[in-house]
Structure formats: C-alpha cells, structure tokens
Design a protein around this ligand. Structure first.
Ligand code: PEP
Length: 249
C-alpha cells in the first residue's frame, strides 16, 4: 500500500501574511502529528523562506508552481533551482487555477514535471475535471488525458504524488463524496496499471483535494485508494490541519 501524505496549501494569491504564516507555523510545530504520515506545507513563494526557517524538520516544504526549464531570463518566474536553494523538496504542478485561470496546457505541465524531477524535486501532479465535464460524463476522459500528459513526459514515477482535485470541489465547500473520490482514484490506479506498470500503480500515492476539512477527512480516508489529501482552506488553521493529518492513518 502506498504511504500516506497530507499537503497543506497554506495560502494562495489571497491568503497568507507574515503574521498568519507565523501563527500557522507555531501551531504546526506544536501539533502532535502521526509519525507515519508525510506532511508537506506549500506556502506562496514569498513565504517559503520564512516557513523553512521556522518550521520543524518533520514537515517538508513545497512550492505551488515552478518554471518549465532551467532558470534564466524569465522575469517574474521562479526556477526549480531557486526553490531547491530555499530548501523545497516538492512542487505542486498543474493546479486547477494554473490550468483554468492562467491557461497552462497539459503538455506544458508535463514538461514542468519532467524538469522538476530531473532536478530532484518531488512533484505533486494535480489533475481534475470541471463541473460541466463531470455533468457531461467526461470525468474519466479528462483525468486520463491529464494523467497521460504527465506519463508521456516523465521518466519515472518514483517521486510523484498524484493529486485528484475535481475543480467543482476546490474552494467551494462542495466536497466529493467518499464514493465519488474513490471511483476516480481506482480508475486512475487502473490507468497507471494498464499504461505504466502494475508496480507504479500500486506504489504511487493518489491524494484527494477539494473542500477537505476536519469534519469530512476521516470518511474520505477510509476509502482504499485515497492515500492522503491536498488541503487548501482548512490548512490555514493549524489545529484543523493536524486533525486532517491524523485522520489518514
Ligand atoms: C486547493 O486550493 O487546491 C484546494 C483543495 O482548496 P480547498 O481545500 O479550500 O478546496
């Protein structure tokens, strides 16, 4: 069975200040976290250094995006090399806001994943369908296509966590039911088995994201193929995030 992982996306374009981040870190540093769960915090770029300098080594750091290739003259972008310099171990790629607000395409996201992996960062590879795609019965098609773009680009799955985040569930309070999430997670695992390998299918962590909170995480975590969570809003509150971490074992 894959290990368990819970990721706090602690702040985005609208959430997070030096003060709120500092409170969150002190809550996480004093929280009792189950030892066999990998815990990662993904603050906005501008707070990564603050987090790295004050958070316990028990918790790893992720960025929320990275440049597609070697760092260079790409004003406003943040390179993988810079993230490593700050002590990041992970990067979140293909988040729905990168896809649907900024317009990043599957192939571009696949290239980002391949570059980050080649430099030794772990990749949290996000995928997920829009509400209209779900309603049109295209959930699996969309998720498989997004997954294939990663598969086509990466040489190995050793350092990848798949995050299934249905877009209609992100930041909406409309969490997927445990059955809805499990149905997609099993399908993704089958896709990996049929298109990559049985070993990758059984080892790769597939985590769920979209309105996870301290009240719904344990029911979701009971499902066989849900290996953890990517948490947005509820990760802004340290004690609630700790509850979510401790619900996945
Ligand atoms: C997200 O932003 O990826 C996310 C999962 O947010 P929330 O938990 O608030 O739905």
């Amino acid at each position: 069975k894959p290990s368990r992982t819970v990721i706090a996306m602690a702040g985005s374009g609208k959430n997070g200040t030096k003060d709120s981040i500092s409170k969150l870190i002190s809550d996480l540093n004093s929280a009792k976290l189950e030892p066999d769960v990998d815990v990662v915090v993904a603050p906005p770029f501008v707070y990564i250094d603050q987090v790295k300098n004050s958070i316990t080594d028990r918790i790893e750091i992720s960025a929320q995006n990275s440049w597609v290739g070697k760092g260079g003259a790409f004003t406003g972008e943040i390179s993988v090399e810079q993230l490593k310099d700050l002590g990041c171990k992970w990067v979140i790629l293909g988040h729905s806001e990168r896809r649907h607000v900024i317009g990043e395409k599957d192939e571009f996201i696949g290239k980002k994943a391949a570059y980050a992996l080649s430099e030794g960062l772990g990749v949290i590879a996000c995928i997920g369908e829009l509400l209209e795609e779900r309603e049109a019965g295209k959930t699996f098609d969309v998720c498989f296509q997004q997954l294939k773009a990663y598969a086509d680009a990466v040489p190995s799955w050793d350092n990848i966590v798949i995050a299934y985040e249905p877009v209609w569930a992100i930041g909406t309070g409309k969490v997927a039911s445990p059955e809805q999430a499990q149905e997609v997670h099993v399908a993704l695992r089958d896709w990996l088995k049929n298109n990559v390998s049985a070993e990758v299918a059984s080892k790769t962590r597939i985590i769920y994201g979209g309105s996870v909170n301290g009240g719904n995480s344990s029911e979701l975590a009971k499902k066989e193929d849900i290996d953890g969570f990517l948490v947005g809003g509820a990760s802004l509150k340290g004690p609630e995030f700790a509850t979510i971490v401790n619900s996945v074992t």
